[in-house]
Design a binder for this molecule. Structure first.
Ligand code: PRP
Ligand code: URA
Length: 209
């Protein structure tokens, strides 16, 4: 059974508050999404297995720890998930990147898939699905289902702000998936936007509104 982790680290909380402010401009918003993604990545990878290897430092032989588990992949849900990739890949340079393009139909709020490209060995990798917003949970749930179709068994979802409805949907559809979020907000409004949320993450990252 996957678990839900709400990351209450003060640095993360401070940065999420800046994102929420409607006066935060595109440049700062984009930078802070990246900074939060790095901090969340640090927490979400805390339990990765390690093994000991023998190396030589300039001074003496030493047994040191290196990552031992599955190779990793980061899968942003387009568009807004792209804002989380660069800082994560800086921390995990060997990770491959898959892309899933989904947009929410403005009337039904249902996700519509328009793109999908995965690394060929994705089934052998530990996958981190990333998107700043988990609202109804439809996009995340569909993205995880698509990734499972490739045979992936080990999937973690990372969202900055989540609505209770979205968490419930993903936990119901994918009980095996670990979920990391920085904030759980109050509810969704009639347009399925998170309240209080931060508005439209994609528009604020890319300056499209
Ligand atoms: C946003 C967000 C998620 C989705 C969340 O993307 O980045 O992907 O909505 O909503 P849900 O949980 O109700 O599915 P959007 O569809 O606005 O596309 P964009 O990233 O291209 O702006
Ligand atoms: N997508 C967003 O970007 N924001 C929301 O509040 C809901 C979906």
């Amino acid at each position: 059974m996957g678990s839900l982790h709400v990351l209450e680290h003060p640095l993360i909380q401070h940065k999420v508050s800046i994102l929420r402010d409607k006066n935060t401009g595109v440049k700062e918003f984009r930078e802070i999404v990246g900074e939060i993604a790095a901090l969340m990545c640090y927490e979400a990878t805390r339990n990765l297995p390690t093994k000991e290897i023998e190396i030589e430092t300039p001074i003496a032989p030493a047994r040191v720890k290196v990552l031992a588990g599955k190779k990793m992949a980061i899968v942003p849900i387009l568009r807004a998930g792209l804002g989380m990739v660069d800082t994560m890949i800086a921390l995990i340079p060997s990770a491959k990147i898959g892309h899933i393009g989904l947009y929410r139909d403005p009337q039904t709020h249902e996700p519509v898939k328009y793109y999908c490209k995965m690394p060929p060995d994705i089934s052998e990798r530990q996958v981190f699905v990333v998107d700043p917003m988990l609202a109804t949970g439809g996009s995340a749930s569909d993205a995880i289902s698509f990734i499972k179709e490739y045979g992936c068994k080990s999937i973690t979802l990372m969202d900055i702000i989540a609505a209770p409805e979205g968490i419930e949907r993903v936990r119901h559809d994918h009980p095996d998936v670990d979920i990391f979020v920085a904030a759980v907000d109050e509810k969704l409004n009639e347009h399925a936007y998170i309240v209080p949320g931060l508005g439209d993450a994609g528009d604020r990252i890319f300056g499209t509104k």
